[in-house]
Design a protein around this ligand. Structure first.
Ligand SMILES: NC(=O)c1ccc[n+]([C@@H]2O[C@H](COP(=O)([O-])OP(=O)(O)OC[C@H]3O[C@@H](n4cnc5c(N)ncnc54)[C@H](O)[C@@H]3O)[C@@H](O)[C@H]2O)c1
Ligand SMILES: [Zn+2]
Length: 350
């Protein structure tokens, strides 16, 4: 059954999210009647290329001048060098501010497509078609865009997509590894805002129906983002597991979902220490039972600490982390060095 979620900013709808089967190549959802666009640039990555070219062919068939640009795979797309190459191909296409950029791919691709759309000509409209579970439940939603500069996501702009099309048939065909990576971010959404989603994963593991997982995780993200679109406060709840996660992602070369899994183990230990969280062990067991890593041993502790210090979630007073008082009850708080040590020890870094 088709589902619709909205992201609002001060009461105004900024993004419409549609969840349904068979919608990834529907040109009428990318260009609804009444939206005149002469040109569309479709950005893809290797894993989403067939889906992107099918959509581009459908758009061309509907009379739109269409170009497809395929970026390097994974994090390699999130670089200023890759962004510059896309800018040049948009110059060649002659894209204007009245035209459209469509990002078709996983979170790395939608992050960079958003960065390009937010900066080219000071902002071009964007539609996203997430093709990984992680992209569908998290990366494609909320308007955060980024490229990596040493640390993860250190350069970016806020630029909301007009529309996000989550095609459940595309997600149903994903390999289990990508379902697992997406489960990490969906579990994060459950931990900060939907205890029932945590219960579901505990009961049935990765067999949790994608339709339900997607719907629940998007509902959490849409509510949290709509309450604080510019991340002045509560939106930082969605960073649960990411302070340490981003550091081990870079240091260990893990996939983002795996790194967030490890980061949530570290954050659980910090939560037990500083916020009275009584379910840290339960969450470690659950993460492990999903086949996600619960530790990142063998890393250089100094390197991990340096990467943590590079993280954006810091202010003049030091490092701030999102912790849990209970499942569904997050809090953002300053953490002292002893807590960071305990969090790192919990994932095998000492
Ligand atoms: N902006 C945000 O709010 C936000 C939130 C969460 C994560 N992120 C970012 O998302 C990224 C991780 O996303 P990801 O895990 O989707 O990574 P990804 O985009 O690198 O995709 C993972 C792999 O899946 C392949 N792929 C894509 N679609 C496929 C399909 N349908 N079938 C088979 N393979 C396919 C890709 O080519 C790639 O090799 C990270 O860079 C992270 O920082 C951003
Ligand atoms: Zn993430």
């Amino acid at each position: 059954m088709a589902r619709r979620h909205l992201i609002t900013d001060a009461g105004t709808v900024v993004t419409e999210i549609l969840v349904d089967g068979g919608i990834a190549a529907d040109p009428s959802l990318v260009l609804p009647a009444g939206e005149e666009r002469r040109r569309v640039a479709v950005l893809t990555q290797p894993g989403s290329h067939p889906i992107g070219t099918a959509l581009a062919a459908a758009l061309a068939g509907a009379g739109t001048e269409t170009a497809v640009e395929t970026l390097p795979d994974g994090e390699a797309a999130k670089s200023l060098a890759a962004v510059e190459r896309v800018y040049r191909s948009l110059n060649t296409l002659g894209l204007t501010r009245h035209d459209l950029i469509v990002g078709v791919g996983g979170g790395a691709l939608t992050d960079v497509a958003g960065f390009v759309a937010g900066t080219y000509l000071r902002g071009v409209d964007l539609v996203l078609v997430p093709t990984t579970l992680l992209g569908a439940v998290d990366a494609a939603i909320g308007g955060k865009t980024a490229v990596n500069v040493d640390g993860k996501n250190l350069a970016g702009v806020f630029h909301h997509p007009r529309r996000v099309l989550v095609d459940l048939d595309v997600l149903d065909r994903l390999p289990v590894t990508l379902i697992r990576h997406g489960a990490a971010e969906a579990l994060k959404a459950g931990l900060v805002g939907d205890p029932e989603l945590v219960d579901r994963y505990e009961a049935v593991g990765l067999a949790a129906p994608l339709e339900e997982v997607v719907d629940r995780a998007i509902a959490v993200k849409a509510a949290v983002v709509s309450a604080d679109p510019g991340e002045r406060g509560t939106r930082a709840w969605l960073n649960y597991g990411h302070t340490v996660g981003h550091a081990v992602e870079v240091a260990a070369g893990l996939g983002h979902g795996e790194a967030v899994a490890v980061g949530m183990v570290a954050a659980g230990a910090a939560s037990a220490m500083m916020a009275g969280f009584a379910e840290a062990d339960r969450v470690v067991d659950l993460i492990g039972s999903l086949g996600l890593p619960v530790a990142a041993p063998g890393l250089d502790p100094g390197e991990v600490r340096r990467l943590i210090a590079l993280d954006k979630k810091r202010d003049a007073s030091g490092l701030r982390m999102t912790l849990l008082r209970a499942v569904g009850d997050p809090v953002v708080t300053a953490v002292d060095p002893a807590t960071v040590d305990a969090a790192l020890a919990a994932i095998g870094i000492a």
